[in-house]
Ligand binder design. Sequence first.
Ligand SMILES: O=C(CO)COP(=O)(O)O
Length: 247
Amino acid sequence: MARRKYVVGNWKMNGLRAGLGEAEAIFAAARDHAPVDVALCPPFTLIGAMAALGGTVGGQDCHAQDAGAFTGSVAAPMLADVGASLVIVGHSERRDGFGETNDDVKAKAEAALAAGLAVILCVGESRAVRESGGAIDHVLKQVRESLPDDFERAALAIAYEPIWAIGTGLVPTIEDVAAMHGSIRAALSERIGAGAAEVRLLYGGSVTGDNAADLLGAGDVDGALVGGASLSAAKFVPIIEAAAGLS
Ligand SMILES: O=C(CO)COP(=O)(O)O
């Protein structure tokens, strides 16, 4: 079965209730492009209100424990409770800014799946690693060490986000994206066999309406994880349309 295209917006630490109209317009466009799966991941504060608009909504992180004395943290069952159906784990801004290791990311992914959430597991190399020629080895190590021990294939997506491409306007070549995604797929096959064909692989890093068709058309790319261009319908809807054009 062909993998459905998946376009996900990560609002990061952006968005107030006054901006919910953008989400409403994005969800309306998603309904117009039914062959594409569209989701938005706003800050925790907006998840409930955004879910009430009727679209698919996710968190940007979760704790590995279900409850407890973890001031400031939000658990996976809490995300599900307010209407989230997915969560991003292992974003480079969490790995670098909050010291999250592959073990931490794996524990978060397992907690999310146990709470019934789908997971987008992020991996990606720094500029120094890319320039050293070690990008594929680095990313495959992240994949192998962050993957849950067991998971339902359709509930997990992997997002390849080169750190140097995030928010910079820089993107890898289509050949480099295809090579990375092909390598991730092969590593998944080693782990889970034929089920690897069901796992969606997203590209993230400076995706825009202008480059989306090329990036989403690259080998083994099933969608996009979008930061800046997901904050407004005017910038995000063209990415959904590009995905629909490839569906
Ligand atoms: O980090 C990203 C999505 O998670 C990508 O961000 P930009 O699309 O702003 O480069």
